[in-house]
Design a protein around this ligand. Sequence first.
Ligand code: ADP
Ligand code: MG
Length: 363
Amino acid sequence: MLMRTKSSGTDAKTGGIALQNLQKTYGGVAAVDDVSLSVSPGEFISLLGPSGSGKTTTLMMIAGFELPDSGRVLLDEKDITRLPPHRRELGVIFQNYALFPHMTVAENVAYPLRMRRVAKAQVEERVRRVLDQVHLGALASRRPHQMSGGQQQRVAIARALVFDPPVLLLDEPLGALDKKLREHLRGEIKTLHREVGKTMVYVTHDQDEALAMSDRVAVMHEGRIRQVSAPQDLYRRPADLFVAGFVGEVNLVPVKLTSGSAYGPAGEKLPAATWPDADRDATLCVRPEHLHLDTSVAAASHGIQGRIVGRTFVGDATIFEFRSNSGLQLTSKVLNISAESLPDTGVSCAASWAATDATILTE
Ligand SMILES: Nc1ncnc2c1ncn2[C@@H]1O[C@H](COP(=O)(O)OP(=O)(O)O)[C@@H](O)[C@H]1O
Ligand SMILES: [Mg+2]
């Protein structure tokens, strides 16, 4: 088998992936349903979705561990749909590390090179370099059980990088670690991505992780991709109700659209950007941080009238539950920036938001 001889993985021209109408059914249920996706060379893309949404199955079809019922997988425009995993030359990193317990760190990392019959001197050089890249140079002679979960996961990443694949596939690689360590390693993987310039396809059910790390995020639900967008667009302009509810917190208000305005369940006019005239039912989405509660006297004359029915301190912010006089239940999030005392439960107030912060969804 040919080794990729380029010493640097920063060649931005390789590592492009195209998924075309991938279909995979288990026992009559579609695990992956007509998934199409293009990933540019060097891009960091996440597959984000709840458990069972088809993320792992999609990744395993890219890796070659699962065969699609129909559809194609292309790597740099070459059809690899039926190529066995070891001939795809893709780096795969699983949640459970899958290290060899009886081998040292260096031996674990060297394994893919030995399988490829790379010369000994070259193996040593490459193992040393890749261990330095993941900050494990000093621990080369340890065994997996002598290391923390975070260190073991770095070994798994080094082992996937060592044969210089154009693409790394990562399936919930931080899922087994605690929150602080996850956030730390998130940053390290991002830095590594910048340094090695490889295409990364990253599976996670953690929206924070996906938003923080990715160039683009593909949101999956019930085997389908619902939206593919840059993190900011995903959050600010969700394409449908599932995405709006899955990525971040959101207030969903059933509305009627009439002559360019949106009316709530009790007929109250709600702030929203204008759209073509068409009478129909829809849902208005507004993020809690965009919903303002005004308790001043002046508030009695504008906004949606109601009162605060709940208040929760969560450290960096306070979450208010608001109920309008018409029965609308809304959540507002206020950052705890000042030490000023915040309004209490029972206080009358008016809720409002900028029309441009509301998204109207019709599906
Ligand atoms: N080998 C399998 N046999 C039967 N059903 C499977 C198999 N692998 C996955 N599934 C089913 O396919 C769906 C998608 O699974 P998966 O891709 O693992 O989701 P995710 O990674 O998003 O949690 C789930 O309903 C799961 O139960
Ligand atoms: Mg999975």
